[in-house]
Design a binder for this molecule. Structure first.
Ligand SMILES: [Zn+2]
Ligand SMILES: [Zn+2]
Ligand SMILES: [Zn+2]
Length: 282
């Protein structure tokens, strides 16, 4: 399973968290990376030994990450406790420990009906002070999706693409990642498809009335069901402003529709939800 990289953007925040917890005998900086389209809200935060540093984290946004710093209290104690975050129909439970005696540890598990949609991975770094603990919440993604400045469409980079502005699509800017094969949600729409004729991303609902730049309708019969988030905020890994075009059924960047090129003729027509695309750093 591909995972969007997150470490680079968190490095500065991690250094700050280590600096402000340096007074404590034991401390750990717990990074929770949410590589999913769900919001996760804090529902549990307890320490059997020690406490937490400000600022308090209460929500993890989609395709974003947070740092929570746990510190020991009195001399001779460790930093030990638990955290819980709730998404729709699912709770993430974590137990962390940077003890006075013994190894550092971070355990995480899900409780709830949607646990099968996600995968968890955890690690507990070494050290008495500023130990980096990480918990990554993942859904399956495919990288390699790009923006084409000639038509403004989203396409999967590879040989044989066909651009409605002529020639092949031109990959420019960020590399995007698409969730696939997870169910619909309040802010997630499934059944987007890859068209092998043009390499574009196409809404799969009514292929017969779509228009492909390679001629005829798009082919939505092969491959995964891709899932596109919508109505989420901008974030460090999430770009807002993608739109559906009812003329061709493609997804395109909605910032300057007048200069876009639709395979059905003229520019794309931005209709319906405002979609978000997750992307790699850089
Ligand atoms: Zn293009
Ligand atoms: Zn097509
Ligand atoms: Zn169009």
């Amino acid at each position: 399973m591909a995972v969007l990289e997150i470490v680079g953007a968190a490095a500065g925040a991690y250094a700050l968290a280590v600096a402000i917890s340096d007074w404590a005998e034991r401390s750990c900086v717990i990074e929770i990376a949410n590589m999913s389209a769900d919001y996760w809200d804090l529902v549990r935060k307890g320490s059997s030994s020690g406490s937490f540093q400000e600022p308090t984290v209460t929500r993890i946004e989609p395709f974003n990450n947070v740092l929570i710093t746990a510190v020991s209290g009195d001399f001779g104690q460790g930093a030990v406790g638990n955290l819980g975050f709730r998404a729709r129909d699912l709770v993430l439970l974590m137990d962390y420990s940077n003890p006075v005696i013994g190894n550092n540890d971070l355990d995480a598990s899900f409780e709830g009906a949607r646990g099968g949609e996600f995968q968890l991975s955890t690690s507990a770094g070494p050290g008495n002070k500023g130990a980096l603990f990480r918990c990554v919440i993942e859904q399956p993604v495919q990288e390699g999706w790009r923006y084409c400045p000639k038509c403004h469409g989203l396409f999967n980079d590879g040989p044989g693409s066909v651009c409605p502005a002529g020639g092949s699509h031109d990959p420019v800017g960020w590399e995007y990642a698409l969730l696939h094969d997870v169910p619909d949600g309040p802010t997630l729409q499934a059944n987007w498809r890859f068209c092998p004729k043009c390499r574009g991303l196409v809404a799969g609902g009514d292929p017969g009335s779509s228009r492909c730049p390679a001629g005829g309708p798009h082919d939505t019969s092969i491959g995964w069901s891709y899932c596109v988030p919508h109505d989420l905020p901008d974030g460090p890994r999430l770009q807002r402003g993608w739109r559906f075009c009812p003329k061709c059924h493609g997804l395109f960047a909605g910032g300057d529709p007048a200069n876009s090129r639709c395979p059905a003729g003229g520019p794309h027509d931005p209709v319906g939800w405002i979609y978000n695309m997750a992307h790699k750093p850089g």
